[in-house]
Ligand binder design. Structure first.
Ligand code: FRU
Length: 449
């Protein structure tokens, strides 16, 4: 690994922090920090829930192959969102259909009556997708159902009278996400219904009433709306608002699937957005179906699928396919009277840090190789630096094969960028650029920005 800082013709105060995690998996490309399933196909995170000190991650899972197939809910648990323990599959397809995406809640007041021995049940709310109806060209293919657990999420039972919300004739009618609306002591479901979100409410998670629709003429509409999540949030200036996250496929800002959001007010029936512009959680391509954990108090913790429907099935892994983003904490900040969602890796990731190396002040003019300043490059590092003056710069990580990962900041655009340069592109670019201007490597990364 060879890392170089470019374009920073000023002093730089840098320190690196090593991140340690015992390797768990040995396969090529297998992430060691990001969650990935033990084997086979995974897509959306589902039923994100915190209860009694345990984070539950369920996920769209096909346990027989490394491509999408009849969906189950896979399951993993963690005490810190960083170290995950694989659990048995939680929900299997049944006569009502495949188990598509959804959410999970703690029914603290036992409104559903599904609790046992005075203990609140955990209730999962998900879409049953009937492939037979789909093949027959029917519109009522997707219906909402529930399942419950009386042993803190270890085992799950489907409710005997599923579905609890029947399809009114809309082909895309899925991904229920449920939140407790305290002022009226009722449950509110956000449901993706083709090109809008439909809100339903319920006193008991079993009977649902339509409240309103949102978004037909707002936000991005380059694809179908999927996987919503609605949650209250207190902005950093103290203002109490709601955030509605809506995933969309395709139509993302960099192609394929992506996550947009709206900031607004919700009165238990209607969501009114404050912003008319389209806002994205990420500008890049590798986060989709991101939703937030339930029952995490004031923290809004977001987890996404680190892939994109444009290429998810063809990424070069075999034993397993797909990983999640690292969990991130979402905050709401007021910038020039507009509220924006910020997202930052959760502080729990700091527990992986094992030490730091202070590189002190380095003066960089043009380009500098940092590699020899760090003794053991067989680890993962976090590079922190500050400079007196903000200038455009980029950091290049490269290997002996000539592949490069470039991360940089462009002052003129006031934005960060990231570029991956496979070896064949590097070689081709070097050839083109050599004949044109006999360039330095820095010009190459500019070209790729
Ligand atoms: C989003 C999605 C959801 C659906 C699930 C099926 O990635 O298409 O809308 O419930 O995946 O696996």
């Amino acid at each position: 690994m060879n890392n170089k800082v470019k374009y920073l013709a000023i002093g730089l105060l840098a320190s690196t922090t090593a991140m340690a995690q015992k390797p768990v998996y040995k396969e090529q490309y297998r992430p060691q920090i990001h969650f990935s399933p033990p084997a086979h196909w995974m897509n959306d995170p589902n039923g994100l829930l915190y209860y009694k000190g345990t984070y539950h991650l369920f996920y769209q899972y096909y346990p027989k192959a490394s491509v999408w197939g009849p969906m189950h809910w896979g399951h993993a648990t963690s005490s810190d969102m960083i170290h995950w323990k694989n659990q048995p599959v939680a929900l299997y397809p049944d006569s009502l259909g495949l188990i598509f995406s959804g959410s999970a809640v703690v029914d603290f007041n036992n409104t559903s009556g599904l609790g046992k021995n005075g203990q609140p049940p955990l209730v999962a709310i998900f879409t049953h997708h009937d492939q037979t109806k789909e093949k027959d060209g029917k519109n009522d293919t997707e219906n909402e159902s529930i399942a419950y657990s009386n042993d803190d999420g270890k085992t799950w039972h489907k409710y005997a009278h599923n579905p609890v919300l029947k399809n009114p004739g809309i082909f895309d009618f899925r991904d229920p996400n449920v939140v407790w609306y305290t002022p009226e002591k009722k449950w509110v479901m956000s449901l993706a219904t083709k090109d809008r979100i439909t809100f339903y409410s319920s006193p008991n998670l079993k009977e649902w009433k339509k409240e309103s629709e949102f978004g037909e003429h707002l936000g991005a509409h380059g694809g179908v709306w999927e996987c919503p999540t609605l949650f209250p949030i207190t902005a950093t200036d103290g203002k109490k608002l709601w955030v509605l996250i809506v995933n969309i496929n395709p139509g993302g800002p960099s192609g394929g699937s992506a996550t947009q959001y709206f900031v607004g007010n919700f009165n238990g029936k209607i969501f009114k957005a404050l912003n008319n512009d389209t806002r994205w959680i990420d500008s890049g391509t590798d986060e989709y179906a991101g939703v937030t954990f339930h029952n995490t108090g004031d923290r809004n913790i977001f987890f996404g699928w680190m892939s994109n429907w444009e290429y998810a099935t063809t990424v070069p892994t075999e034993v397993w396919r797909s990983a999640n983003t690292v969990p991130r904490e979402l905050k709401l900040v007021n910038i020039d009277h507009n509220y924006y969602v910020t997202s930052e890796p959760v502080k729990e990731l700091n527990s992986l840090k094992t030490g730091s190396i202070d590189l002190r002040t380095i003066n960089i003019k043009g380009e500098k190789a940092l590699t020899r300043l760090i003794k053991h490059l067989d680890n993962q590092y976090e590079l922190t630096f500050s400079s007196k003056q903000l200038k455009s710069f980029s950091i290049t990580l490269s290997n002996k094969g000539g592949e490069q990962l470039i991360v940089g900041f462009d002052v003129a655009e006031n934005s960060w960028y990231i570029a991956i340069v496979p070896m064949r592109v590097c070689l081709a670019l070097i050839r083109v650029l050599q004949s044109a201007w006999s360039p330095g490597v820095s010009q190459m990364s500019q070209v790729l920005m």
